[in-house]
Design a protein around this ligand. Structure first.
Ligand code: PLP
Length: 364
C-alpha cells in the first residue's frame, strides 16, 4: 500500500518498524513510551534529543527557541496575534494564498485589525499564480506579515521567501513543508508547523521563534491563556501541561531517520525528483490536468483533476485496487491530490504514475 494522505500521512517504513519493535519495551524499561512520565529522566532525555535533532536538521540559530506546543497549527493562528500584539488596534498583514492562509487571517481578526492581502491570480490560460511582491498591498504600519508557503489543499507554493522591510516580522505557517527542504530561519520571526505531515503524527506543533519576540512583545491588553503563552511554555520546557509524549517520541524517530538520510538538502533533491516525475505524468497526459503555474507548484501536495470530471470517482475506486490510498482531493477542492511528503518512496510515486497511465486509457 502507498499512502498519499495529506495528514496524518505516511511514516517511513523503518520508523514504523522501530515503533513496532519498541512498543512494549522502550529504552529497556520493560514498558511502553506511552506509559512513562514526561517528568522521568528517560523522557526528558528524549525531549532534549528531539530538540537537538530539530536544531541540527533545520540549522536553527542560537537566538531562536524551539517550542513544542499543542492544539495543532490552528492554535497558533490565535497564539501568534495574542502573544505578539501590544494593543487590539494593532495592524497586521495576512497573505491570502488560499484556504490555510485565509483561515489564519480570519482567526487573527478576533484580536486586531487584519489586512488580508490577496495575492492569488489566474492567467489567461487558467493557471493560478502568485502576483509579484511589488503588487502585494502590505500596510505601512503592520507589526508582522503572516503567510503560508505551501497551501496543502490547492498545492500552491511560494518557493522564495518574500523580502519586506527589515522592520516587519515575517511569520510562516510551514505545516506542510517544514523539513522538506533547507530553510533560512534567520529570515523569520516565527515559523510553525503541525507534526502530522513531515514531522510525525498529530498532537505536536513545532514553533520556532526568535527570542526577542518571546520576551519583548507579550500582550498587555489581553490575558493570554497560559497554554498559549510562549513565555510560560519556554519557562516550562514546553511541558507546562502534559505533552503528547507518543507524538514527541515518533517525531524523534523521524528526525533520526532524516539525519541518517543525509538531512534537508538530500531530502529536497529527492522531493524535487518525485514531484517532477508526477507533474510530468500529469502534463503529458490527455486525461489529467493541474491548474497551477509551474513556478508555484508544490513539491509536497500535488493536486490534479480529470478532464472528464465524472471519472474522478472511478479513478479513486480503482486506485485502491492498485494499493494507492488517500488520493481523494480535499472536499472544498475536489479532484485528486497526491501528498508526497518526505516519507513517500520513489516506488510509491512510480506506482501512482503507472496507475494513472493505465487509467488514462479508459479516458480516451
Ligand atoms: N496549516 C496548514 C498549511 C495545514 O495544512 C493544516 C492542516 O492540514 C493546518 C494549518 C491545520 O493544522 P492542525 O489541524 O494541526 O491545526
Amino acid at each position: 500500500k502507498f499512502n498519499f494522505s495529506a495528514g496524518p500521512s505516511m511514516l517511513p517504513e523503518s520508523v514504523l518498524n522501530q515503533i513496532k519493535e519498541e512498543l512494549l519495551n522502550w529504552n529497556n524499561l520493560g514498558i511502553s513510551v506511552m506509559e512513562i512520565s514526561h517528568r522521568s529522566s528517560e523522557f526528558e532525555e528524549l525531549a532534549q534529543k528531539t530538540q537537538r535533532n530539530l536544531r541540527i536538521l533545520l540549522d536553527v540559530p542560537s537566538n531562536y527557541t524551539i517550542l513544542f506546543c499543542q492544539g495543532g497549527a490552528r492554535a497558533q493562528f490565535s497564539a501568534i496575534p495574542m502573544n505578539l500584539l501590544k494593543k487590539p488596534t494593532g495592524n497586521i498583514d495576512y497573505i491570502n494564498t488560499g484556504y490555510w492562509g485565509y483561515r489564519a487571517a480570519i482567526e487573527a481578526q478576533k484580536f486586531c485589525n487584519v489586512n488580508i492581502v490577496n495575492v492569488l491570480d489566474k492567467d489567461i490560460n487558467g493557471f493560478y499564480f502568485i502576483k509579484p511582491i511589488n503588487e502585494w498591498n502590505i500596510s505601512k504600519d503592520s507589526l508582522y506579515i503572516h503567510y503560508c508557503p505551501n497551501e496543502t489543499i490547492s498545492g500552491i507554493s511560494i518557493n522564495d521567501i518574500p523580502i519586506f522591510s527589515e522592520t516587519k516580522i515575517l511569520i510562516a505557517d510551514c505545516s506542510s513543508m517544514l523539513l522538506s527542504q533547507p530553510i533560512d530561519i534567520n529570515r523569520f520571526g516565527i515559523i510553525y508547523a503541525s507534526a502530522q505531515k513531515n514531522i510525525g503524527v498529530p498532537g505536536l506543533t513545532v514553533v520556532i521563534i526568535r527570542n526577542d519576540l518571546i520576551f519583548n512583545t507579550v500582550s498587555n491588553y489581553k490575558k493570554i491563556p497560559a497554554i498559549l503563552d510562549y513565555e510560560i511554555l519556554l519557562s516550562n520546557n514546553s511541558m507546562f501541561n502534559t505533552p503528547v509524549t507518543i507524538s514527541w517520541y515518533i517525531a524523534n524517530l523521524v528526525l533520526e531517520w532524516l539525519k541518517k538520510l543525509g538531512g534537508l538538502s538530500k531530502i529536497n533533491e529527492f522531493n524535487k525528483k518525485k514531484s517532477a516525475l508526477l507533474y510530468k505524468a500529469i502534463d503529458d497526459s490527455d486525461c489529467y490536468y493541474n491548474n497551477i503555474n509551474y513556478k508555484y507548484r508544490s513539491i509536497m501536495n500535488v493536486p490534479f483533476f480529470l478532464k472528464r470530471e465524472k471519472l474522478t470517482y472511478l479513478f479513486l475506486e480503482e486506485s485502491k485496487f492498485f494499493g494507492l490510498y488517500g488520493l481523494k482531493g480535499h472536499k472544498i477542492h475536489g479532484g485528486i491530490r497526491a501528498s508526497i511528503y518526505n516519507a513517500m518512496t520513489l516506488e510509491g510515486v512510480l506506482n501512482l504514475i503507472k496507475f494513472m497511465n493505465f487509467f488514462s486509457r479508459q479516458c480516451s
